[in-house]
Ligand binder design. Structure first.
Ligand SMILES: Nc1ncnc2c1ncn2[C@@H]1O[C@H](COP(=O)(O)OP(=O)(O)OP(=O)(O)O)[C@@H](O)[C@H]1O
Ligand SMILES: Cc1ncsc1CCO
Ligand SMILES: [Mg+2]
Length: 269
């Protein structure tokens, strides 16, 4: 186990243990999420057929569920997978992509939060919509709200669900309803690459697989993605090379370097 300020220990554990992470994610994110997990040292498995998800959850160390391109068959499989994770005591992460945008997404979000996610990770608009505090849905899947404006929604959601909520944006904020931490890494160019947030959700699954405290695991995933992203921006010509450089940094980042570069702070209400 690692402490809040040493995400490098969690990265080292991922590389050492190579945990299998089961992802039910969207068509846009599948490639980047799988490659991000591999680059960081974990093993991805993307599976969303109703016929196999319970078996895959049983094999995996953690599950991530991302509702980005759901159809009715996918939400059914996701509910089965999340319910199985809950029964087996395995950690699972919910990414409520665009949850405020349509009635179908709101319904999917409601059904999935009822299955006790370990961590909910979304952008500010998604967390606000999920907490039911705003009727604005952001702009489709992109955030139209600040992290600060979602702070109260995140706290309320964390307490109501008894889970960890991670809100991403310029300065990420993580809460379990009691503890609060901020992570001030990353770069605005990261919002110009689709599915970077989805890959963060997948990596949160990898962190949960090796770190028992879900609050610490969520913070460490944010630090890892934030530092890999900001370092990749320095060498990038734009979003295209950022996407590639981000994977290279997830692979090349030394644990001590991650600890040095991480800007994690404990916060108070
Ligand atoms: N303005 C910003 N400055 C610094 N880092 C940022 C900024 N906006 C987002 N990030 C970082 O980018 C990563 C992805 O977060 P974001 O909130 O963009 O996810 P998202 O909206 O779910 O993305 P997607 O849906 O495309 O996967 C996070 O690690 C976050 O910290
Ligand atoms: C662009 C997009 N549309 C549905 S999911 C997704 C990936 C980012 O969330
Ligand atoms: Mg997203």
């Amino acid at each position: 186990m690692s402490t809040l300020l040493t995400p490098g220990a969690t990265l080292a554990a991922i590389r050492h243990q190579g945990p299998l992470v089961h992802n039910i994610t969207n068509f846009v994110a599948m490639d980047l999420a799988a490659n991000a997990l591999l680059a960081a040292g974990a093993s991805p498995l993307m599976a969303h057929a109703r016929e196999e998800v319970a078996e895959v959850v049983a094999l995996a160390a953690a599950l991530t569920v991302n509702m980005g391109t759901f159809s009715p068959a996918w939400i059914e499989a996701a509910e089965l997978a999340a319910g199985t994770a809950r029964t087996l005591g395995k950690p699972w992460v919910l990414d409520p992509v665009g949850v405020g945008a349509t009635a179908f997404r709101r319904d999917n979000g409601r059904r999935l939060v009822a299955l006790a996610p370990t961590v909910v990770r979304g952008n500010a608009s998604e967390i606000r919509a999920l907490a039911g505090l705003a009727d604005s849905g952001g702009k489709g899947v992109d955030a139209a709200d600040t992290v600060e404006s979602a702070a109260e929604a995140a706290d309320e959601l964390a307490r109501r669900l008894g889970c960890v909520v991670a809100v991403t944006g310029a300065i990420d904020r993580v809460t379990d309803g009691r503890r609060i931490a901020t992570v001030a890494n990353g770069h605005a160019m990261m919002t110009r690459v689709t599915a970077l947030g989805c890959s963060l959700t997948a990596l949160t699954g990898a962190c949960l697989a090796v770190e028992a405290d879900p609050f610490v695991a969520a913070v460490h995933a944010l630090a890892l993605v934030g530092v890999a992203g900001e370092q990749a921006v320095e060498a990038a010509a734009g979003p295209g090379s950022l996407r590639v450089g981000y994977l290279d940094r997830l692979y090349g980042l030394a644990p001590e370097e991650l600890d040095r570069a991480a800007r994690i702070a404990e916060a108070h209400r």
